[in-house]
Design a protein around this ligand. Structure first.
Ligand SMILES: Cc1cc2nc3c(=O)[nH]c(=O)nc-3n(C[C@H](O)[C@H](O)[C@H](O)COP(=O)(O)O)c2cc1C
Length: 219
């Protein structure tokens, strides 16, 4: 197969109709987590190996938004859990402003899921338990990498890794205190399902005194 060049006319080269599903107004669940679970499950079952990857948005002290992908490692009605280095860029930003966004694109189903809320650190016991379940190479990597700091070169990174391999030889690798989990606790949740003619289904869920409310939004 000859290598294909990227299309010069991007607008024409991509499909323009969405027709893989719909959100049925008459069958909205009480809790958005019921629909989240179904959508996540369908993305996973469709073979999407990044179905647990979401784009985490944070804001810095100047009000500049930052976005990067992290992996969801758990969820329940209190929120989405991910793990990271608390001293990295996102960790410092969350330390100053805990308001974040979490965005999933489930491309095969033509869906997006957006959650706004606050990031709250997991307690040490929960982070310890998850850290202990990670492969040893990832555990050592957490000690070796000063996340988000400038680094002189690949060789420096490999040397830092090797130093930690030697340091922990023959022992269990403990969790660094600067590494752990956050839970993103929702203040709003939005579901988007692509539909024909750009008449997509969008629903915004807000928590109220007697449970969640669902509001359809224009696409
Ligand atoms: C598919 C994918 C999954 C990732 N998962 C994580 C993760 O779970 N935790 C994490 O700290 N970084 C993860 N990263 C790296 C982040 O995107 C980012 O580069 C890193 O966390 C540093 O971000 P920061 O400098 O804004 O703190 C992942 C990247 C990709 C592409």
């Amino acid at each position: 197969m000859s290598p294909q060049k990227p299309p010069s006319d991007i607008a024409r080269a991509y499909r323009t109709e969405y027709e893989k599903g719909q959100i049925d107004e008459g069958q909205l669940p009480e809790s958005p987590w019921t629909l989240f679970e179904r959508w996540f499950q369908e993305a996973y079952q469709s073979g999407d190996e990044f179905s647990n990857a979401f784009t985490l948005g944070t804001v810095d002290a100047q009000g500049q938004p930052h976005a990067r992908v992290v992996l969801m490692r758990g969820y329940d009605p209190s929120g989405l859990v991910f793990y990271t280095n608390y001293n990295g860029r996102k960790g410092s930003q969350i330390g100053q402003n805990d308001r974040v966004s979490a965005h999933f694109l489930w491309q095969r189903q033509e869906r997006q899921f957006c959650l706004l809320g606050r990031a709250v650190r997991l307690d040490a016991a929960a982070s310890d338990a998850y850290f202990a379940s990670r492969p040893r190479t990832s555990q050592i990597g957490a000690w070796a990498s000063p996340q988000s700091q400038p680094i002189e070169g690949r060789a420096v990174l490999e040397r830092l890794y090797q130093e930690q391999v030697e340091r922990f030889e023959g022992q269990a690798v403990p969790r660094p205190e600067y590494w752990g989990g956050y839970r993103v606790e929702p203040s709003s949740i939005e579901f988007w399902q692509g539909r024909h003619s750009r008449l997509h289904d969008r629903f915004l869920c807000l928590p109220g005194p007697t449970g969640w409310t669902w509001q359809r939004l224009a696409p």
